[in-house]
Design a protein around this ligand. Structure first.
Ligand SMILES: [Fe+2]
Ligand SMILES: [Fe+2]
Length: 273
């Protein structure tokens, strides 16, 4: 069994220090195999915001896998935005991901891809080269290993959720995801925790479990959602997703759990332990 903590949309610069401390306590106490940080580490991609994010990440004890989000590309500094969109991210954050963009052990393999772009800044996209890389990377991973892909911008919506704009080239990416037998997609961006099977089969190869994370510590919460992060337990063909929400006096605590079992090529809802 492996546990992944997914924290997302931290938005340092428009965050709560108090929640950041509670998040550190909660994540480090749970001691997951990996902490995935799925983008939007800052609010405006300022050096000071990246420095705060870096300080925070340095205190996250487990191995970390980080991808940037659209807010990590400068908006107003046009030279940086178009010529060096991730220069600040690379300088402050890249050294933290000591494992690079791929984490693997004998049970899980997790690849992170950058969808943040200068031109399609808000909605992001994958390049043709990145999509090719999905197949190349996971071809090296044994069939029994649980395979996960991380992007900031979602590549799909879980069944039952309203359609929202996806990262550019999502359809092409989903073909590569099906061919690579990827089990789970992790993303952020919409500041809302959502989970479920992709409603349509992809590439005739069955489905993929889709998990969006809420915003962990930003004050920019959406709709009725508060602040949350996801704890994902992977145990053979059963995946349990626990949404950990913040409450005053309680810190981050479990508010709902859903289990999914892979049966006949689909992720079916099972009873969570
Ligand atoms: Fe965000
Ligand atoms: Fe975003």
């Amino acid at each position: 069994m492996r546990t992944i903590a997914q924290i997302s949309d931290l938005h340092f610069g428009r965050h709560s220090d108090f929640l950041a401390e509670d998040l550190l306590t909660s994540v480090n106490e749970r001691a997951p195999a990996l902490v995935v940080i799925s983008g939007d580490l800052t609010q405006r991609a300022r050096h000071g915001e990246f420095a705060q994010a870096r300080k925070f990440l340095d205190r996250v004890v487990p191995p970390k896998l980080v991808v940037p989000g659209n807010h990590d590309v400068p908006l107003f500094n046009l030279f940086n935005r178009f010529w060096r969109p991730l220069a600040r991210y690379d300088r402050h954050i890249q050294p933290v991901g000591a494992v690079g963009d791929l984490y693997r052990d004998d049970e899980i393999a997790v690849l992170g891809l950058n969808t943040a772009r200068s031109f399609t800044r808000k909605h992001g996209r994958l390049s043709v080269e990145q999509i090719a890389r999905i197949g190349q990377v996971f071809a090296q991973v044994a069939p029994h290993v649980f395979k996960t892909l991380v992007t900031h911008h979602p590549l799909g919506m879980p069944e039952g959720e309203a359609e929202r704009r996806l990262a550019g080239r999502s359809a092409l990416a989903l073909g590569a995801i099906a061919a690579a037998d990827i089990h789970l997609l992790l993303s952020g961006h919409y500041h809302r925790a959502m989970a479920g099977d992709l409603p349509t089969e992809i590439g005739g190869r069955g489905a993929v479990l889709i998990l969006h994370a809420g915003t962990a510590i930003s004050t920019r919460t959406r709709e009725l959602e508060g602040n949350s992060y996801n704890l994902i337990e992977i145990d053979g063909d059963v995946v349990t997703v626990r949404v950990m929400c913040w409450g005053a006096g309680r810190g981050f605590h479990e508010v709902r759990a859903a289990a999914y079992r892979f049966v006949d090529g689909r992720w079916r809802t099972a009873v969570a332990a």
